[in-house]
Design a protein around this ligand. Structure first.
Ligand code: NYM
Length: 216
């Protein structure tokens, strides 16, 4: 049986990831699953949710980073099972967010290499879309921005730089790469972005699917 594709959508806060993952999932249904990180429904996810939403709930940056990674490991076997059963998995955030947000904190010792370590061994996506909105005021005007930890323009700017550092380290950015597609979504309608994603996904689906997994 052909294995399914792991298609990941990454980006800063409020760039439309959740809308786009949902639209893509709807197009691939019923042969697809949708996975969102953090998954706030698990025990570990509930702790993460508390940290993101309650300002007075403090944890060391290292612990928070490991919780986000542990949350991914919680779902890793299920993810592998879906893919091997031929289902496509559409994913909203993953390892790249994990490294970019944590390393943007500039906490002593938490460089890219340190941040990647606990995620080593997780399945790599077959396609990775990065939704880039070069107009931060556009992002900050989106509904709900500022409600959670990390949602300040200053921090988002650092996270953006870190995303590109992660892409340089893991995906050879800016050299052409089969996996990574950076989509500039500033001033683009939801439909236009969805159409662009869908045409790239269709192109990938038309090719022979990779049989082996690659891992971080
Ligand atoms: N986040 C997300 C991290 O800091 N590390 C991670 O590994 C992941 C997956 O959680 N500001 C941050 C990014 C977001 C926050 O994500 C919640 P979302 O997609 O808004 O639920």
């Amino acid at each position: 049986m052909k294995r399914g594709l792991l298609i990941l959508i990454e980006g800063l806060d409020r760039t439309g990831k959740t809308t786009q993952t949902t639209l893509l999932f709807e197009k691939l249904k019923p042969n697809a699953k949708l996975i969102k990180f953090p998954d706030r429904t698990t025990c570990i996810g509930q702790l993460i949710d508390k940290y993101l939403t309650e300002n007075d709930f403090e944890l060391p940056d290292q612990s928070v980073h490991l919780l986000f990674s542990a949350n991914r490991w919680e779902l890793s076997q299920e993810l592998q099972r879906y893919l091997l059963a031929g289902k496509h998995v559409v994913m909203d955030r993953y390892v790249y967010s994990g490294i970019a947000y944590s390393s943007a904190k500039e906490t002593s010792g938490m460089d890219l290499e340190w941040c990647l370590r606990p995620d080593k061994g997780l399945i790599k996506p077959d396609l990775l879309f990065f939704l880039l909105n070069e107009d931060p005021s556009d992002t900050s005007s989106r509904r709900g921005f500022g409600n959670e930890r990390y949602e300040t323009l200053q921090f988002q700017d650092k996270v953006k730089d870190q995303f590109f550092n992660v892409f340089r380290a893991l995906e050879n950015y800016p050299k052409p790469n089969d996996r990574l597609r950076v989509l500039n979504v500033a001033n683009c309608s939801i439909e236009k972005v969805a159409q662009e994603i869908w045409s790239i996904v269709q192109e990938k689906l038309a090719k022979e699917p990779p049989s082996e997994f690659t891992f971080f």
